[in-house]
Ligand binder design. Structure first.
Ligand code: NAD
Length: 469
């Protein structure tokens, strides 16, 4: 008697089929032409612009994300990346000539960028669009096929993303698969040629383990506790504005959001006062009624964040409403590293303010913890800025600002240590999704006998040749 397949087997079968289809598509060599890639990127741009309002509505439905933020941090951000890649791609795809060595004379050496093959892109919920589309742009630009798995925690947005992708591309070329943990597990069981994962550090470990099974290269864009340092000479009014903007954007649910502040103890009270004024300027006296302030993504995160408030001293905000999953922009103090709020990435609108006395203390404290994804320093002293930049380990960051390093597509974006590995954006994305093939083209008009046996007394000559750089 024939047995019917379980839903689990069916899903696994569908995923296998899709990967197989993409393998066949890639093998046709269609993606190797730069014209083909440009055409696909233009289709994506066109689809993005056509779906803009739908995406705004979906993100509002998922976590009340304001349209301004949905444009600036999602649709507009992706559009900017697309336009940059379309402008530069013809240049990037060319083999890059590198300097020659004497030992190889006569020769010319090149780096050829070739696509890996099929890429798997797994996204988180907090910037549900840009964190799957920006890697996809890199994958397409470099000539790969790709399967995109958006987050299940933003169902409305993920549905629009999947529809947009699946209506724009041949599924054998680029396809979106919706689903949660189980779907991701099915995908991870398959053999891909590249995996690009954005999400939490614990899931990053799971992804890397699965990738190791097939020796698939991975990029991990993870999280962590990103500090903000404010020295006694900082412009406090400006610092408060830039910290509050970076922290309360997306209601604090940003991977590079300032997680906590370390402020010189002499200026702590003034900074907190400036933060209070700034929050009122940004969101009014009752931020719950502001149209410019998002909500917490789900009950689990709402409960986790609310529980942090139990044993800290609230200086600004602190109000919560579980029916709306609203947590006010909040500043807390009297916090130690032993408090739960300091034990993991906060990922919400709660800002602990801790103090320091000397910059050496700051360097030692930050370096004693996991390497953060982002690091921000507010200080007027260039000498101090350079010392801190050299000695503190982190993925990327800003002096006298927050988040803006992520906005410049000419800067590679990524973490280090437990905040991730590999970086992307702009040309870095193209390079990331390309295998860099080294090729030496030897001349045939001369064949120096130096390297061939018998070696006789050629040792001093080869020594000299190696010194020529
Ligand atoms: P998450 O790790 O829970 O989920 C990310 C993706 O992994 C989702 O698509 C989910 O379906 C999948 N997933 C979840 N559990 C899985 C499992 N057990 N096995 C296989 N797949 C699984 O992350 P999240 O909650 O969506 O996002 C928040 C985290 O992402 C934060 O830590 C944040 O700092 C980080 N993040 C990092 C960046 C960055 O660029 N470095 C950007 C945004 C978010």
């Amino acid at each position: 008697m024939k047995q019917t397949a379980s839903p689990l087997e069916l899903e696994s079968h569908l995923v296998q089929n899709l990967v197989e289809k993409q393998r066949r598509f890639f093998a046709t060599g269609k993606t190797l032409s730069v014209e083909f890639r440009r055409e696909q990127l233009n289709r994506l741009l066109d689809a993005l612009l056509r779906h803009e309002q739908e995406l705004f509505d979906a993100m509002y439905q998922d976590f009340r994300k304001p349209a301004f933020e949905s444009f600036a941090t999602e649709v507009g951000f992706v559009e900017q990346e697309l336009r940059l890649v379309l402008k530069q791609l013809n240049k990037w795809v060319k083999p890059r000539k590198v300097k020659e060595t004497l030992v190889n004379f006569p020769a010319r050496s090149y780096i050829y960028s070739e696509p890996y093959g099929i890429a798997l892109i797994i996204g988180p919920w907090n910037y549900p669009l840009q964190l799957v589309l920006n890697p996809l742009i890199g994958a397409i630009a470099a000539g790969n096929c790709a399967i995109v798995k958006p987050s299940e925690l933003t169902p409305a947005t993920s549905e629009v993303i999947a529809r947009l992708i699946n209506a724009t591309f041949d599924e054998g070329y680029v396809s979106a698969v919706e689903g949660g943990v189980r779907t991701t597990q099915h995908l991870l069981a398959e053999r891909f040629n590249y995996i690009f994962f954005t999400g939490s550090t614990p899931v990053g470990r799971i992804v890397m383990k699965a990738a190791a099974e097939h020796l698939t290269p991975v990029t991990l864009e993870l999280g962590g506790k990103s500090p903000v340092i404010v020295t006694e000479d900082a412009d406090l009014d400006l610092a408060a504005r830039r910290i509050a903007w970076g922290k309360f954007l997306n209601a604090g649910q940003t991977c590079v959001a300032p997680d906590y502040v370390l402020v010189h103890e002499q200026v702590k009270e003034e900074l907190i006062e400036q933060l209070r004024l700034t929050i009122a300027q940004f969101y009014g006296e009752d931020p719950a009624s502001s149209p410019d302030y998002a909500r917490i993504i789900n009950d689990r995160h709402f409960d986790r964040l609310s529980s942090y408030l139990q044993d800290v001293h609230v200086r600004v905000g602190g109000q919560t409403d579980d029916t709306a999953r609203y947590i006010a922009p909040t500043v807390v103090d009297q916090v130690t590293w032993q408090h739960p709020i300091m034990q993991e990435e906060i990922f919400g609108p709660l800002l602990p303010v801790l103090t320091f006395n000397t910059i050496e203390e700051v360097i030692q404290t930050v370096n004693a913890h996991e390497r953060p994804l982002a690091f921000y320093l507010f200080s007027q002293s260039q000498e101090l800025q350079e010392e801190v930049l050299q000695r503190v380990h982190f993925g990327g960051g800003c002096i006298n600002d927050t988040i803006s390093h992520l906005i410049n597509p000419n800067l590679p974006f990524g973490g280090v240590g437990s905040s991730g590995m590999g970086s992307y954006h702009g040309q870095q994305s193209f390079d990331l999704f390309s295998n860099q093939k080294s090729v030496v083209k030897r001349g045939t008009w001369l064949d120096l006998p130096l390297r061939y046996p018998p070696y006789g007394n050629k040792l001093p000559l080869i020594r000299k040749a190696f010194k020529w750089l």
